[in-house]
Write a protein of this length. Sequence first.
Lengths: 515, 344
Amino acid sequence: MVDIAKGTAGVAVAAETPVLLRLEKISKHFPGVVALDGVDFELRPGEVHVLFGENGAGKSTLISLVAGVYRPTAGRIEFRGETIDVASVHQARQRGISAVFQEFSLVPQLTVEENLFLGAELTDSRLLNKRAMHARAREILDRLGFPLKPGMRVAYLSRAEQQMVEIAKAFRSELSVLILDEPTASLTERETQRLFTLIEQAKRQGVGIIYITHRMNEIKRIGDRITVLRDGRLVATLNVAEASESRLVELMTGRVIAQIFPKVAYRPGATLLEVKDLTTVGGAVSKVSLHVKSGEIVGLAGLVGSGKSEVARACFGIEPIAAGTVAFAGEDVTGTKARQMLDRGFFYLPPDRRDEGLVMMRGARENIALPSLDLPPFSTGLFLNRAGEKAQALDLARRLNLQPLNIERAVDHFSGGNQQKVLLAKALSRAVKLFVFDEPTVGVDVGTRVAIYKFIAELCEAGAGILLISSDLPEILHLTNRAYVMYRGVLRAELVGSEITEDRVLGHFFEREAA
Amino acid sequence: MSLRTAPQTASGPRPLLLRVQHLFVRLGVLPFLLIIAIIVFSLASERFYLWDNIKNVLRQSSYLTMVAIGQMLALLTGGFDLSVGTITAVTSVFGASAMVAMYAAYPDAIVLSIAVGMLAGVGAGLTIGIVNGFGVAVFNVSPFMMTLGMQSVGFGICLFQTGGVPVYGMPKEFGKILGFGQLFGEIPAPVIVTATLIVVMYVLLNWTRLGRYLYAVGGNLKASTLSGINTRLTLFLAYVLCGLMTAVSGIMNTARLDSGEANIGASLVLESIAACVIGGVSLRGGTGKLGNVVLGALFIGIVQNGMNLARIDSYLQIVVVGILLIVAVVADQFRQKLVAKLRD
């Protein structure tokens, strides 16, 4: 079972082994939402069971139930043959069920070892036994092979290092079920390799692993079985060997790929954006050159932290530039501020609508009008034109099919997909030549996803230039006519038309061979 | 009334309670507190309803109202101004000193001395607002530390300047007109000034870009930057305008007291923040309505007036204001829960 080549044989053997964890007809209701609806799931010792599905499909809810964060509304959880009721994360941990969530549960002001033993401090007659904790922390970190010192403060660690602390926390005590939620999102290839070796070790010790990922290659590398969820329901559980990408996407979205992505008629025209040897302060981007023409959709692919967002942000004037030039519509605009870039017709839509995109407690109308309050029909020079603003905002909201169509409602009270529509409507509030979409479909349902792709295609066909920044591979593959791939701040490749294939793009995503 | 709505809410066995809940969610605690206060005080004293007393309440509340509106601007951006007390003090001391000096040098130039004194006072108060704005917007000092620091700086300067003794000797006309003057023989001067400022601020907040940007910057600074808003300028102006409103309040109050005093605004920080919070301004920034802030300040004025009429000890009154502030915050927490429940 150590050998990955025997992976499929391992599944066959595992079929006879007793089930470690079984969820039966498990449901979870939140006020107004059914997050999980009668889902069955089982985990065998020594297997990596991948959970697959879109954002909002119920993956996170499912692992939260297992990890003791929530309690199920209905259904039964069985662990080693007996029904259990995990009331808290602490209780789950005592049974050896540990989760590493995407949102870290670390206290930044404390050190690595203090975090490792938070809530389970080793004591010596009521006082903290710091020496023992230090020794244990050292031992755990060494065993995992993480290059961390127990005394370092978590606040000064990189995201990847913080992830290691989280993982180390899970390995702190006896482990029987390990839950990993997109653990490689911020890891480099080498760190990822290290994590996979650990997972192999854990498997050999009979630990069952629930693994959430969107990445096909990871599923193939370490997965044994896959359970696909959609809209809180179980779609299928299948062996990795029988799961091709298109099959999985179909199961995940309930549609075939051709129904999701529109056909775009590209008509590349004049060059709009021309970036030469761009390097940002801090080095997130190093000597990147690229260009975008009107009437085309250019992809900028790469992992989180590859610097792909920073390229666009530097062009938009919100990331300081150390060297290189940015030209827009034939004029040098290096270091121009966001206000002037907007006036020139460059619009950047940020990836995190809650953090950077929208003023959540204000209404949709105010959010839509925000970038254009200096222009008619939103304003008459000195004063706002509230009637004009209302009419225009309503018009845009209708065009994007905002639901419910109440533009005075606080954005916070809309669903994720509709919040994204408000963000898109913002971009339509003024004349724009080049749209930069940074991860435009994060956290939206399939229906909205389809609408957003159609929207992008229409903008392109109407003659706008589009830079699509995405770590979602299908988006790059099916929507762009040209794509750049970035890795660690450097541009790795430019692919044109039929060259944009999964293998080629992925080949440049990671550290190993450059295709 | 409940009969008429009965067909609509046939399933609701408690339509009145539900309706009160809806009103509470829509309007906040303030209307309820106002009604309770007015009922209690009119029962406690017959004089409460007299026109003279109402006028008195309006005049006394107007100083706080101006400061509370200024405070609201800082709160909208997600900060606050702890130096409003000092700004009134600086305005009072420097305005009075300049006026006294000018009046002593040119005893005939009454109007000129008043004008110079007022400009000097407002200018001094405004300076603190400008320094606050610079610190918060340009040097990214937290509003808490910046305004707390300036509160100490300004107060120290006032005491140093006056030796802790009130400044006397301003022209009599100053107090007569701006302190106790009445337009049409009925409406007190500070009420007129306050009403004018309310109108100006209403237009600024609801009909200009700056007003919208104040809400946006407080609601989400990053989204505002990405929408092309000059966030530093917006933050800067919030504190400058807060300083200006407070300085105007300070000079009007100086006229009423007929002396320049360093201790003039000791209770203003708490009272102005209380007026805003009771009026539903979020401490996290981004939400708040001008009308409710004005009502909030008026409410505090009514409570103080009512307690005076009911002969409640002035030290105990300070206790009551603190309690009201906390009650308002607790009620708002409760309201937020209801909002999530009743959403539309």
